[in-house]
Design a protein around this ligand. Structure first.
Ligand code: PA5
Length: 444
């Protein structure tokens, strides 16, 4: 099997050997700390050997549950936020037909996402859309108490029960949550929903290869065996100190130490937009702490060359780019001849649209490197389940190593609590009386 590849030359040219070596020298310790579970956050290392621990029996359970949902639902709403939805959405959008949900032929259920915002209009419009539809819900929350998800789930559960009856609702609502704790677990047990467990030692943003990601991906009709196989093969590649994940971690940290504080993840395929979003969360929550961390930004090219291109080419020189490049498009679309050639584009006649895209990619890389932007490329032979599985594990593994090279705990997210505490105090949640008083005094 082929593998995704990492090209570093156009980033390394911005670094001297000393800068790279000073980071490189810390790789062995980081790899060892991960493998031997001695690093900070070592109770959240379940993702490390997760792919190789996945059995055909477990995948069979996921596929059986997905089949029940597929047979009984024309629409499946995945309720979850952060690590409890981004990975599934990234894979589903990368593999899906971008227009299928508009022209849906009924072969696959429509997969929608909720519980990742508190937009009243969003939820109202979703509930309106679901009226009369045979919909099901996958309620995903590790803590089982996340407000955004719980709020959406309460609405969806009620509507599902009213529309489809309690018995069918029980069959088409599935919970993915902690084994024992949280309201999502209590509800699932009380209602008798089918449920899957998120392992204690796998944090949200590292959980895409648990039922958190696998169940929605299987519901959408994609091959979870191939996804897991890709991740397993990448896990096997990443055991030694020198592998593409450690190489990526080293170069991005060396760039950071050289003043490149912002990493921009770039794709040239609109289908990868949510892969960017998943990556932003993985790296943002893992590394942004203790007053440190590369800021993870993301753009979709060529679209954003017409919005962010100017800044990237000529703005403050504190950025570097990592480009996900897909070698082969799935479909073939040739540029047609036009007798009149009014647009002057006959020079492209007979070329694949993807060839034009590739020249945009190459031209952009050369321009940005000329403009002082270090550029790494991650090359995927094609967009399929197998290479996405590789990509996911590659980024997870590199993130663990990179966070340790940065000397932070990559597996906690203490900063996420600050807004929640204020929101609960402002809303008068029971148990927050003192905070409520303090915050009211502050805003008055
Ligand atoms: O990575 C994380 O831990 C977070 O982004 C969580 O996934 C997110 O906050 C959702 O949490 P939960 O699954 O508990 O609802």
């Amino acid at each position: 099997m082929n593998s995704i590849r990492l090209e570093l030359g156009k980033a390394q040219q911005f670094l001297n050997a000393e800068a790279i070596n000073s980071v490189q020298n810390r790789v062995h310790a980081a790899q060892q700390a991960l493998e031997e579970c001695t690093c900070p956050g070592n109770d959240f290392l379940g993702w490390m050997h997760l792919p190789s621990s996945i059995t055909p029996e477990f995948l069979g359970e996921i596929k059986a549950c997905a089949q029940v949902l597929r047979e009984n639902c024309d629409t499946i709403v995945v309720a979850g936020i952060g690590g409890s939805y981004l990975g599934a959405r990234a894979v589903i959008e990368a593999l899906g037909n971008q227009f299928e949900w508009l022209t849906n032929d009924g072969k696959n259920p429509i997969i929608l996402f909720a519980g990742n915002n508190i937009g009243e209009d969003y939820l109202y419009e979703l509930c309106e859309y679901l009226k009369g539809r045979k919909f099901g819900v996958i309620n995903i929350s590790k803590s089982g108490t996340t407000t955004e998800t719980a709020l959406a789930f309460r609405l969806l559960k009620k509507q599902c029960e009213e529309q489809r009856g309690k018995d069918v609702a029980r069959k088409v609502i599935v919970a993915v949550t902690d084994a024992k704790r949280g309201a999502a677990r209590t509800t699932a047990d009380k209602e008798g929903y089918t449920s899957f467990i998120i392992p204690d030692n796998v944090g949200g943003r590292f959980s895409v290869l648990t039922p958190v990601g696998l169940l929605p991906i299987a519901c959408a009709g994609f091959d979870v065996d191939a996804l897991v196989k890709g991740a397993q093969d990448m896990e096997a590649q990443c055991g030694s100190d020198d592998n593409i994940a450690t190489q990526y971690a080293v170069v991005r940290n060396a760039l950071y130490e050289a003043g490149k504080k912002i990493e921009i993840l770039v794709n040239f395929q609109p289908k990868l937009h949510y892969m960017n979003e998943w990556w932003k969360q993985l790296y943002g929550e893992s590394e942004g702490k203790d007053g440190k961390g590369i800021f993870p930004a993301a753009v979709d090219f060529t679209t954003d060359l017409h919005s962010m291109g100017q800044w990237i080419q000529e703005g403050e020189r504190t950025i570097f780019e990592t480009v996900i490049s897909v070698e082969n498009a799935k479909h073939t679309l040739l540029f047609p001849h036009d007798d009149e050639n009014l647009d002057g584009l006959n020079f492209l006649e007979g070329k694949r649209v993807d060839e034009v895209n590739k020249m945009a990619e190459l031209g952009t890389q050369l321009a940005h490197v000329d403009g002082g932007v270090p550029n790494m490329r991650l090359v995927m032979p094609e967009l399929n389940e197998y290479y996405l599985g590789q990509l996911i594990y590659f980024f997870e593994r590199a993130c663990g190593v990179s966070g340790l090279l940065l000397d932070v705990n990559p597996f906690n997210q203490p900063g996420v609590e600050a807004y929640k505490k204020n929101m609960f105090a402002l809303l008068g949640k029971p148990g927050y009386e003192a905070e409520s008083e303090a915050i009211k005094a502050r805003i008055n």
